[in-house]
Design a protein around this ligand. Sequence first.
Ligand SMILES: [Zn+2]
Length: 103
Amino acid sequence: MIKLLFWIVLLAVVAFMFGFKRGRPVERDRAAATPPAPPAAPPARTLEDMVSCAECGTHLPASEALPGRGGQFCSAAHRGAHEARLAASERDRASGPSGTPGG
Ligand SMILES: [Zn+2]
């Protein structure tokens, strides 16, 4: 009786393995037939414009840039420095040519 059970289990295992081996290439063909999924774009990251600071040239995302006179800036300090320099050059231009006082 035990021998009979042994042979039934052995036949079942062999049949399962044959079926498994025969089934695999079909699975592989089916997988090859279906086109591979297109690479999904990362949902969180989106392309953003980069701008450079007019004072120091550092590149930063446009959303983080501070707009000011003369361009975009990386920080309020650089914006202040750049605008102060612009104001100084305008003052020099208004006072006279080539910065020679008097005449
Ligand atoms: Zn800067």
